[in-house]
Design a protein. Structure first.
Length: 474
């Protein structure tokens, strides 16, 4: 959304009746399939070896589709959205922004992604953010910015998170965002006033805090419309770099050298937008974990394809940003899928494990449900997930003994799916169990020559979801 569009939006906001707005969102009536994890992974160039190591390639696209109502849009969304629908088919994961009032056209014209987030509505009800993916995803969340100002307060702008499964047991948290843009006073001649800069900083701080709380231990990719520039004084995008994230444009185009905040904007985008002197507000950032290694291999602006075939004009006022990736997982680690419900907070022990982890003790707390799961390693580090309720039980392993399997059952408590029962079984056939069995159960069994050495899932005062981390048995 550019400044001219913002001013039109402010000027017209008072004249929109609720009836007119409902009419604008009529094109959003259709929604996609539910976003729960389904069987069958996408036919991407991803392979898992017999030893359990995953390698392969995939690509992503970030595109602000300029889908505001035609009277407000800086594009021609009534015609362009159908063209966009066909063009985005070529990307494994697509993040769109401003997917407001032409959502059904975007999804139904010719897009064929298997897993698509349902619309949150047109202006002013929806955020305009959606993920279209050839990979299944779980734990989808929409979060609204807490400090919205000016025109940005007219819609619930914010970010989304989708835990996306590139292969069995291989998850990446993908974040889509549309940060706040520009001035709060439509009569100001300044492009950014202090209130808008403060809101922009608040957006970045809120996103970083959410990632710290909800993607602990996970690989993360953030791509979307940040409405930020590293050079713009008063913005704080560089805080992501300080927190260990990498920017693909900085890595591949600027040889790892970030622009300096407070310097002149990098706007030399002719003849190419792929330039060290051309910074755009659409960005792709990422971080790896101790299991998943992502390596960007290409940073591309695909604007030659994204043009109206009749007028040759761009389909949006933003550039379509593509990144190609290599992915590989650690050779001596493997993760199961997860089992349970979407509540609680994410946990993942993979970054906490030493190079050669060995469990010396397993424990749990349980009553009618499982309150806590955990283990102690031989280096005395302790892995704990869940609360303090229930009765405590533990099992100390003997020399050469390791955890071979974990059997868990789920059920409903206050309409939330939680882990009701858990049973560890060791290589010597000994068990430790607690909770109440149900009809919904699964077993995580370590592959040959490996042991369960940690966990990943979701928990709060009880265990909501869990999975196993495997490493060579010692």
């Amino acid at each position: 959304m550019n400044f001219k569009t913002q001013h039109r939006l402010l000027a017209l906001a008072g004249f929109f009746s609720l009836t007119a707005l409902i009419g604008c969102v009529a094109n959003n009536a259709q929604t996609s399939d539910d976003i729960t994890l389904k069987g069958g992974l996408s036919a991407q160039l991803i392979a898992t070896s017999a030893a359990g190591q995953t390698t392969g390639t995939f690509n992503i696209l970030s595109y602000n589709v300029a889908g505001l109502p035609a009277i407000l849009s800086s594009s021609d969304p009534m015609k362009n959205t159908a063209y966009i629908s066909c063009l985005i088919r070529d990307y494994g994961i697509v993040h769109v922004q401003e997917d407001f009032n032409y959502h059904a056209t975007l999804y139904d014209s010719c897009d064929n992604h298997l897993y698509r987030s349902p619309t949150s509505g047109g202006v002013p009800f929806g955020s305009g953010l959606n993920q279209l993916s050839n990979f299944p995803y779980t734990d989808f969340e929409r979060i609204t910015w807490t400090n919205r100002v000016g025109p940005d307060a007219l819609t619930p702008k914010g970010f989304t998170m989708a835990r996306t499964w590139i292969a069995p047991g291989v998850a990446i948290d993908f974040y889509n965002l549309h940060a706040q843009a520009g001035q709060t006073d439509p009569f100001s001649t300044a492009s950014w006033d202090e209130a808008a800069l403060a809101a922009s900083r608040s957006d970045i701080n809120q996103l970083m805090a959410y990632i710290n709380a909800n993607s602990q231990g996970n690989a993360v990719v953030i791509f979307g419309d940040t409405n930020t520039r590293y050079t713009r004084a008063g913005q704080n995008m560089q805080d992501f770099l300080a927190a260990g994230f990498r920017d693909v444009w900085i890595d591949l185009v600027r040889d790892g050298v970030a622009p300096v905040n407070g310097t002149l904007p990098l706007t030399t985008c002719t003849p190419s937008y792929v330039s060290s002197q051309c910074e755009i507000v659409d960005k792709v950032l990422y971080r790896n974990n101790a299991f998943v290694t992502l390596t960007p291999t290409a940073y591309l602006i695909d604007d030659a394809q994204f043009t109206n075939p009749e007028t040759l004009a761009p389909l949006s006022d933003h550039k379509p940003l593509e990144v190609k990736w290599n992915i590989t997982t650690t050779a001596n680690r493997s993760l199961s899928d997860q089992f349970g419900g979407p509540h609680g907070t994410n946990y993942n022990d993979v970054n906490l494990l030493p190079a050669a982890p060995k469990v010396s003790k397993v424990f749990l707390r349980a009553g009618s449900r499982v309150d806590r799961l955990g283990a102690v390693l031989t280096d005395n580090s302790t892995l704990i997930h869940g609360g303090t309720g229930g009765t405590y039980k533990e099992l100390t392993l003997s020399a050469g003994e390791y955890v071979k399997s974990l059997y868990v059952c789920s059920g409903k408590k206050n309409n939330h799916t939680r882990i009701f029962y858990a049973r560890y079984t060791t290589s010597n056939g000994r068990t430790l169990a607690g909770g109440s069995t149900t009809s919904e159960c699964t077993t995580f069994t370590a592959p040959e020559g490996m042991a369960i050495v940690g966990f990943h899932g979701r928990s709060a005062d009880e265990v909501d979801k869990t999975g196993a981390i495997y490493a060579p048995a010692l």
